[in-house]
Design a protein around this ligand. Structure first.
Ligand code: FES
Length: 681
């Protein structure tokens, strides 16, 4: 390189350097460490190296780029353009040669470490740096005079053509290598997987010629109630399909502890549950691949997050130890496995499975995934992250330290164990307002944009009508009933005379609030019963008590902000969550939603290998609090039974909402209601 050589400036990186005329752009990019992709190693067949040259006067860069600064369009580019089409102004970086000063833009889709912007409000970007990457190689044909194995010649090609000095090979991939090499006439694409950034890459897949269409990974959130998966391109980070399935283990017990007891009481019960969940995962993987139109052989990785009981059941480990103190996990470390280890037949046997580390006996890899997604340990202010589900995962922290616990909320927040409850599906009431003066409700149902008091609502809801209340609907209903003075702080529903509305109807020895009645036309009668209120009180008390325990440990009485996560966290209104006393008092604008943070954490770990090391380190630093053995938990739980709370003041909430000081106690029901035992979910 000399001072008279052409100057090249790459954007957006700003990296610059001088190169001898005739240097391919890809070579220049590599020398400067510019992030420009290539699978074929510069052979002009993968099109990953596309760049956009810019011409004109660039005072900012101190250069003028003239026509002719790059070599002319060559035959390789013309052929590619003819077959696949190159966007206007684009060139192939491995073909275009530098002849004069030039500014070259690397578009996002040509960057290996491109950033994937999440749709969620917090919009953490994910930098693509997957564990598995593709390499196209030309392998020497075997030679009788110099006998070597096919794998050894592949390793030689990778060393010579990609500077990868050493590889290992998955056994299953090895058994398939020879026909691939011969079909590809010694030109093949291999997939190399790295367990860590410094690990020796492992060959886990091979295809004849250049593999078109890329490879994929799955981010799987294995919950107690549902299993959700996002099929993600390992090239672009784009989620190409998302799907969910009910966890078939529900038939062995709704909540986790009943599944543990099933395993304890029934010899072989754990094996049965392991088989059930693995079969469900196979079904889900098959469905999601079919939906995306992708052969399952292209799915080379899966990242899994789950709670400790699901973790053990998936792995085929009897969860019995998790049912009794001291709640010992078989291992809390992250795991690197293969589809073969887990008998997942829908994936290639050599597909790599990464399971995030667990935090403690009741705080699983799902909580670790929430920590990876929401990064409480990087927050300057004190943040409480609650992932609301059948079990609530709770994290509290800032840059000084992070605490975690899990609390048994039960399925009430998901609409289960609620008289008119149902899962979030069309027809379910998801939002409700009650007029404090008239006590009349208005509501919205899933699948319809209109409120129930708006014209055209009945037609818009359609023939299915209103079918029930989902989790966010029941939270709003109870909070609105408290705001409207239909329930008192103890959670007791007043009768028609006490509340002044005929919608408060007797039901047994208690009262219920009638939201909608379609019984005349054969539809359901949707009420909130005293039992429903109690179920919600138990759930929210468990959640609040868990958060309080962490606050005690941290030595604080308030938090700066609250993040609601979980599949339906996105739909919970902060005001209603606080009226209910689900979460500690905080300024309403500081209560935000993170959507499915555990699923996002899984996606981050899938797309970014260094994130795996990061969460492994982070988990070791998180302080675990075990709610089941903390004596204070019970006290916090009882105090949290009141709506919003028996003793904790809620100054922020009181500044925006005035809760009526009603009392409907007759000394009978409420005691009985409170005596209901809470059960660990
Ligand atoms: Fe593959 Fe340029 S590097 S086409």
């Amino acid at each position: 390189m000399s001072e008279t050589d052409p100057l090249v400036v790459f954007t957006p990186s700003g990296k610059r350097g001088r190169f001898a005329p005739g240097t391919p752009v890809l070579t220049a990019a590599r020398k400067l460490g510019v992030d420009l992709d290539s699978v074929c190693g510069g052979r002009g067949i993968c099109s990953k190296c596309q760049i956009t040259p810019s011409y004109g006067e660039f005072s900012k860069h101190g250069l003028t780029a003239r026509e002719g600064a790059l070599s002319d369009w060559n035959a390789v580019e013309a052929r590619y353009d003819e077959k696949r089409g190159l966007k206007a102004g684009r060139r192939l970086g491995c073909q275009a040669q530098i002849l004069g000063d030039i500014v070259i833009d690397v578009p996002p889709e040509s960057q290996v470490h491109r950033q994937v912007v999440r749709k969620a409000a917090s919009a953490r970007v994910i930098e693509m740096n997957p564990a598995t990457r593709l390499y196209y190689i030309e392998v020497d044909a075997p030679d009788m005079h110099e006998p070597t194995g096919d794998l050894e010649r592949i390793a030689r090609a990778l060393a010579a053509q990609w500077s990868i000095p050493e590889i290992t090979c998955d056994f299953n991939a090895l058994t398939r290598l020879q026909p691939v090499l011969r079909k590809g006439e010694w030109r093949i694409t291999v997939a190399l997987y790295r367990e860590t950034e410094t690990a020796v890459p492992r060959l886990i897949g091979a295809w004849p010629g250049l593999l078109e269409g890329g490879i994929y990974g799955l981010a799987i959130d294995l919950g107690s109630t549902t299993v959700a998966a996002h099929l993600t391109s390992l090239d672009t980070g784009e989620v190409v399909a998302s799907s969910g399935i009910m966890n078939p283990q529900i038939r062995f017990g709704e909540d986790l502890m009943s599944r543990v007891s099933y395993a304890m009481m029934n010899p072989g019960g754990d094996v049965e549950m392991t088989r059930a969940v693995r079969e469900a995962m196979d079904t889900l993987i098959g469905e999601i691949a079919a939906e995306a139109g992708i052969g399952a052989d292209r799915i080379l990785e899966a990242v899994l997050v789950c709670n400790p009981v699901m973790h053990h059941l998936l792995l085929g480990i009897d969860p019995v130890e998790l049912g009794q103190a001291p709640f010992a996990l078989a291992t809390s470390a992250h795991l690197n496995l293969t589809a073969r280890d887990l008998d997942l037949d829908a994936l290639p046997a050599s597909a790599q499975i990464y399971i995030l580390p667990c935090i403690a006996g009741h705080v699983g890899a799902d909580a670790a995934a929430v920590a990876l997604s929401e990064e409480p340990g990087k927050s300057d202010d004190l943040v409480l992250v609650v992932d609301v589900g059948t079990n609530a995962e709770i994290l509290l922290g800032d840059t000084s330290r992070v605490l975690a616990c899990s609390s048994p909320t039960g399925p009430a927040f998901e609409g289960a164990q609620i008289s008119s409850g149902q899962r979030a599906a069309p027809g379910a009431i998801e939002a409700i307002r009650i007029d404090p003066a008239t006590k009349e409700p208005r509501f919205k149902v899933i699948g319809c944009d209109l409120w129930s008091d708006e014209e055209g609502f009945a037609e818009a809801v359609g023939p299915g009508g209103i079918t029930g209340i989902c989790g966010s609907g029941i939270i709003e209903a109870v909070a609105e009933m408290r705001i409207a003075g239909l329930i008192d702080p103890s959670g007791l529903i007043g009768n028609a005379a006490q509340t002044g509305t005929p919608r408060c109807v007797p039901e047994g020895r208690t009262n219920a609030y009638l939201i909608a009645d379609a019984s005349k036309t054969g539809g359901p009668r949707i009420t909130v019963t005293q039992g429903d209120i109690r179920a919600i009180q138990l759930a929210k008390s468990a959640l609040y008590a868990g958060a309080r325990l962490l606050m005690d440990e941290m030595g604080v009485d308030k938090v700066d902000r609250v993040v609601l996560a979980g599949a339906f966290g996105a739909h919970i209104s902060p005001k209603h969550a606080m009226v209910l006393g689900m979460i500690p008092d905080a300024p309403l604008e500081k209560v935000t939603s993170a959507g499915n943070a555990a699923g996002t954490g899984a996606r981050i770990a899938l797309c970014n290998l260094p994130a795996r090391a990061e969460i492994e380190r982070t988990v070791r630093r998180i302080t675990k609090i075990e709610t089941a053995i903390e004596p204070k938990f019970q006290e916090h739980f009882v105090n949290a039974n009141a709506i919003p709370h028996a003793v904790d003041p809620f100054p922020e909430l009181n500044s925006v909402v005035t809760l009526p000081p009603v009392s409907f106690s007759t000394g009978g029901e409420s005691e009985g209601g409170r005596k209901r035992r809470r059960k660990r979910a």
